[in-house]
Ligand binder design. Sequence first.
Ligand code: BES
Ligand code: MN
Ligand code: ZN
Length: 499
Amino acid sequence: MQFICKTATLNQYKSDCTVIFVDPKAALSTAAKQADDLCEGALTTAIQAGDLKAQTGSTLWLYSPNGNAARVLVIATHNKTAAPKQSHLVDIEALRELTQATAKALITKDIAHASIHLDTLILEGITAEALAHEFSYSLEHATYRYTATKPSHAPLPQLKKATFAHDNKDSVKLLKAGTTSGYATAKGVNVARELGNLPGNICTPTYLAQQAKKLATNCTVLTTKVLNEAEMKKLGMHSLLSVSAGSDQPAKFIIMEYKGKTTKAPNVLVGKGITFDTGGISLKPGAGMDEMKFDMCGAASVMGTFQALVEMKAKAHVVGVIAAAENMPNGHATKPGDVVTSMAGKTIEILNTDAEGRLVLCDALTYVERFKPKSVVDIATLTGACVIALGHHATGLYANQQSLADQLLASGRATHDRAWQMPLWDDYGKQLKSNFADLANIGGRAGGSITAACFLSEFTKAYPWAHLDIAGSAWHSGGNKGATGRPVALLLNYLLNNA
Ligand code: BES
Ligand code: MN
Ligand code: ZN
């Protein structure tokens, strides 16, 4: 979508729809009165008839035969909690309700150009920049449709352009800044959704490597390097290679480096890129196995975050590493009881080949030591146990440094892409003892997300590190099955605050 920010009052220029915000329980603002005039009094009539519900995000369509836009979309801003003073305090969640309601309403009609009057939305404690960020984010997010293998996917949204209008000239600069970041975030989220949604027969490790290369073409601030299996073998990545051993698809180790206007040490992102997880010889049951095409959503979130950094020309130094492999059970596949030596030199007894995420990540986490990183965050659809613990709303967060955990938690709250911290205690780590190797790759059913994190923590002693288990948050199951693009918004917010 195209976004324009400008100083304008209602009806000053042509578009397909004027959007204003109205509290039906309060007196009409100047802009709302003007809209009422343009609709020949229909707004007043509708409010009196109770057609605009006093509930944040309720919508009302009106028509303006003589105006510069044929339609007027009215969005209700009434706050349910009517406590005095506090009543204007709208947090990011309520703002999201408004932006999502606006986007949802606009894409149901044949509207190509919407004119959104942000000066009619006054929310205490929320800047014009935050408003523009949230609106551009929600609009760009709402226009995404998966069509790669379903070209008939209907209805395709017609919305191509949004103008954010404000009557105050000084606010327009803030609107522009917010639009840049909101649009870039949504583009990154949509890249992650698309990669996640692509089926395993298209989105292979080789495909991920090609996409990463493509992102870096004609881009001076981004470089991409891809290691093949022979190069990984030389580095001693036998743990990673034990996962791709049973597949005809070769593993790829993807390294992206974004360096924009800074010489600081990098923050590093490491993504789990299992493009399909059958479980290997420890084969998964058939029901729902298709969803294991989403097992590369950690990698997708890294790609999406890099897309956003490039899009907004961010001032930041970020390294992104993707360990991409397919987990299959052919005659070369790793067997339960096999022992491999990781790049770090630690031996691992593979008791369950379905606990493959940690096997690819541990070598990636050792590899990134060479960047002398300020921080390392890995992102992985790592455990079904995390879904049992936290459900689908929160990402599981683990860290070996509390200040890093606090920053990531704060970024999650600020973007409504929330994480919840879990313990990394030694008591859990003890469950990974093996009689035949330094570590076993599973620690029993109890605390499965935690023991997986403890396994990774054995390889991350050289730097501040956090692990995001996105098994529950990365995709929706059921009727609206699809990737969510999480946690791109959290990651981007964290990286920009750290640049
Ligand atoms: N990719 C899965 C984790 C997963 C399962 C994510 C269900 C989302 C939904 C991972 O590779 C896996 O299979 N983990 C095992 C670990 C177990 C064998 C210790 C699991 O969670 O069952
Ligand atoms: Mn698995
Ligand atoms: Zn997996």
